[in-house]
Design a protein around this ligand. Structure first.
Ligand code: ADP
Length: 479
């Protein structure tokens, strides 16, 4: 089935609603105006009949007539004279009036109905409806009580079609006007809807282009505006920004990782080629294997670190938080790591007891171990490492300080980036992932990590956790 576009759906709905409204209006117009017109015709009838009723007089002698009055005419009638209004015989508002005897004979005046109204009984001051010769009439009677006219009826007759002809005009006019109105509204509505939906089309086109051309730099350009569609476009653009950043980070990560892997791979390949060139002594083979082993371990650590890092960053692994005694966890790690004793370095720790925290013990151990390993690696011969843990107000502060080589100010921000190494000569098995991992773990727990360092004097890394934070479970934001 053909898919109906949103624009057509809106238009269809709108047109249908409009037709219903117009149809209803048309119907109401007809019924109301028909009622009003019929009432007007009846009112005209009543008015004409009452007027003539009041104007009729009877005189038995002409001498009694008061000629000083308004225009009247005099007709010989019965044994005297009838005084009627000058326009008795003119149809006032198309009302025909006549004088009738009680048995229904027209004595004076007019009756528009050719077949007459003989069969219609007289009812004083009442409007009756009569259908004669295929037409509908209103009839109103008045019984005259004036002296000399007793028993005579004044009857007014008006054709209802007189009103209907006006109705037909209204009907014809509205039959033309209303469809024109609908047409104008539909065309206008269609233009407005098209204009309204244009931004949605733009949004969809841009999204399509990004999908087809893999161009994450494209943005939706709707120009200035504050309506919902502009907000939607802004939201999409923000999402594209994030996607672009995330793809760029991902690309950089892959490129850095392959670069890091290439070095040990080249060393292993070169070593194998060299050793296989000609027969070698047992010592040379041993030396070659040791080198291959070292490089393999380095690669294996790199792959492991990368996997951990990705799991944490992408959120594929569920690191469940639990309520733990951070003091005990830190103390255990410090006790174990103080045994390393590398380069004669001494590890001291000052840990406030019973600092409670909600977090993942595996990740928190990893964070502290990374910082202590670095402190050993970049510490000075016979130097000191000092680990402290304390709660201050609503914050938990965990710091690892050393008196080693320190970090140049320009490097202090960069060292948290993946694969960034300020001093490659000292890094040993390190590959530049330790600190970015530590920063990611701190962020995962709602905290952050800072460094305070002076080249040649040493560095202090401080992790600040909000005491009541609950680690997030969704994938972390790129940073
Ligand atoms: P690496 O595996 O190289 O140690 P990290 O991410 O742990 O990677 O550290 C990044 C860089 O930051 C290191 O290469 C080093 O130059 C610097 N760095 C880290 N910790 C210290 C420290 N305690 N003292 C001096 N420099 C450090």
């Amino acid at each position: 089935m053909k898919r109906i576009s949103l624009r057509d759906k809106i238009l269809l709905w709108f047109t249908a609603a409009l037709l219903i409204v117009v149809g209803f209006t048309y119907f109401m117009l007809l019924s109301v105006s028909s009622r009003i017109l019929q009432k007007t015709v009846r009112d005209n009838l009543t008015e004409a009949v009452e007027y003539n009723y009041n104007e009729i007089r009877f005189y038995s002698r002409m001498e009694d007539v008061d000629f000083g009055k308004d225009a009247s005419i005099y007709i010989e009638f019965a044994s005297g004279y009838l005084e009627v209004s000058e326009d008795f015989l003119d149809e006032i508002n198309q009302v025909y009036t006549g004088l009738y005897s009680a048995d229904g004979n027209l004595l004076y005046g007019e009756n528009p109905i050719s077949s007459g109204t003989d069969g219609l009984a007289f009812f004083d001051s009442q409007v009756q409806t009569l259908i004669a010769d295929g037409e509908k009439y209103y009839v109103m009677d008045r019984r005259l009580g004036t002296q000399g006219l007793e028993g005579i009826w004044l009857r007014g007759i008006v054709s209802v079609s007189q009103g209907t002809s006006q109705m037909t005009n209204i009907t014809r006019m509205s039959l033309v006007l209303l469809p024109v109105l609908v047409l104008i509204s539909v065309v206008g509505g269609s233009l407005i809807v098209r204009r309204m939906l244009r931004p949605i089309q733009q949004i969809s086109d841009t999204a399509k282009q990004i999908g087809q051309e893999n161009d994450l730099k494209k943005r939706i350009e709707l120009g200035k505006g504050r309506d919902e569609l502009h907000q939607l476009a802004d939201t999409f653009n923000e999402m594209f920004d994030k996607l672009e950043k995330s793809f760029e980070t991902q690309r950089q990560f892959i490129s850095d990782a392959s670069h890091e892997l290439r070095t040990p791979m080249s060393v292993i390949t070169a070593q194998c080629e060299y050793i296989l060139e000609s027969p070698r002594s047992r010592e040379e083979y041993e030396e070659a294997f040791r080198l291959v082993q070292r490089q393999s371990r380095k690669m294996s650590k790199l792959i492991g670190d990368m996997l951990d890092f990705t799991r944490l960053e992408v959120g594929t692994e569920r690191y469940l938080p639990e309520r733990l005694n951070l003091s005990e966890l830190a103390e255990d790690i410090c006790r174990d790591m103080s045994l390393i004793g590398e380069n004669g370095i001494t590890l001291e720790y000052v840990i406030q007891p019973s600092v409670e925290f909600t977090g993942n013990p595996g990740l928190l151990s990893r964070l502290l171990m990374n910082l202590i390993s670095n402190a050993y690696r970049y510490g000075r011969q016979d130097g000191h490492i000092r680990v402290t843990l304390r709660k201050e107000g609503q914050e938990i502060l965990l710091s690892v300080a050393d008196d080693g080589i320190g970090i140049a100010p320009e490097d202090q921000e960069k060292i948290f980036r993946r694969f960034y190494q300020a001093d490659r000569s000292r890094s040993g098995a390190g590959i530049g992932l330790g600190l970015s991992m530590a920063a990611e773990i701190a962020r995962f727990h709602g905290g952050k990590i800072t460094v305070d360092s002076m080249p040649g004097r040493g560095s202090t890394f401080t992790v600040i956790f909000p005491a009541d934070a609950v680690p997030r479970r969704e994938p972390p934001e790129d940073g």
